[in-house]
Design a protein around this ligand. Sequence first.
Ligand code: SAH
Ligand code: SF4
Ligand code: F3S
Length: 464
Amino acid sequence: MTSRPAPTAATPRRLFVRTWGCQMNVYDSTRMAALLHPLGFAPAETPEAADMVILNTCHIREKAAEKLFSELGRLRAIKAGREASGRKFLIAVAGCVAQAEGEEILARAPFVDLVTGPQSYHRLPEMVARVARAGGAAIETDFAAEEKFDRLAEAASPQGVSAFLTVQEGCDKFCTFCVVPYTRGAEISRPMAAVLAEARRLVAAGAREITLIGQNVNAWHGAGEDGAPSSLSALIRAVAAIPGVLRVRYTTSHPLEMDDALIAAHRDEPKLMPWLHLPVQSGSDRVLRAMNRRHGVAAYLAVVERLRAARPDIGLSSDFIVGFPGETDADFQATLALVRRVGFASAFSFRYSARPGTPAALMPGQVPDQVAAGRLAELQALLSAQQRAFNAAMLGREVRVLWTGHGRHPGQVSGRTPWLQPVHMPGPACLIGQESPVRIEAVGTNSLAGRPTAKDHYPEPNAA
Ligand code: SAH
Ligand code: SF4
Ligand code: F3S
């Protein structure tokens, strides 16, 4: 019998990463893949085709955590089959469920090999090596975010034409419903120099749009080029000045941190897109107080007014929670009134989900499921009508589109308007990575269709 050679650092292997949750998790997944690349891990299309699977999890609502355990059930079967033929199959759980429930995951799913929180995944290579060498499971759920960013600084993670770049992480706001301050830790801001270096690397790898991301991105106060704390508006201008960058965005923002300089950037920086995701959660002052949002309805509306004065065509998006403990019908009506008053281009709305360890989970007046479901349906109907109206208003207009990929049909390209609406049109692949003007000719439920308005900018798809 011949013995199987032990895997070395460069043994070719395949990695499948599954991501739930916010854009921070999407970004983290690209970084984890980049970190494991030097160990010989190339991307796999499916878990079945992989030697290692990372589940990058989200803890924000109850359903998010349930999805993890159903996926783990599937992976367990793959692992059993693999081990029966004498091969290894590593299962790693990363992200916010790993942070909040690391030990429970290992107790409930002992076949999991690695557990890493969002602030410790820079240690994945050594964890993989440790498990390969010694067997057993490895768990890392420390909060060492600054160290993480230092260690990640040089990892290359090309993301295509539109790229996310984490500039801020963690949250000190402690909204009473939210797990993020517990799973991601305290707010930290990466220094401007590190952000700009990463932005340049992304541009060199093909990025033309950079979205600066953070749980409270507008609270970014990283060290500027002179070492003193800077502000997001300065960072946006610096990123916009990098040759090759066509568009800049940032998300997610807290209404309290929308300062004058940031609002002015929407007026003065042409590469900053006229779009803002600004969660409000509720339109009732009473509920906002119970949520510990630290702003009322009037303050939110004042921010909206200042933004619209600076950039009249700005599109606004938001997050809402219905059925927060103690929410009355009058509170809910106040939310509908706020939505009618602002007019959103798009929004996410959720039924309140009690999260263990958060103050709201223990509050009296939990709203019955049926009541919350009814409110959610009513709110979503209003928000969808506003979104349809916003999209319908594009018909016949000329808008600039950044082309990010191939369309659904051959000979088509697809991209996004400044307001993040997906657009497709007939056009050659060489357009990908460029911005060009389009006349919108049709408005569908999920996307817009158009025709080029500047034919001389590039050849016709079938031109010789
Ligand atoms: N940092 C951002 C968003 C964080 S989480 C902010 O401050 O707005 C994204 C969204 O999930 C939140 O805006 C909120 O609407 C929703 N959310 C968070 N916790 C929730 C919970 N316990 N139940 C239902 N929705 C929740
Ligand atoms: Fe959660 Fe509130 Fe922090 Fe947003 S600001 S991440 S909702 S605690
Ligand atoms: Fe979810 Fe964690 Fe993001 S809980 S929303 S993945 S910060």
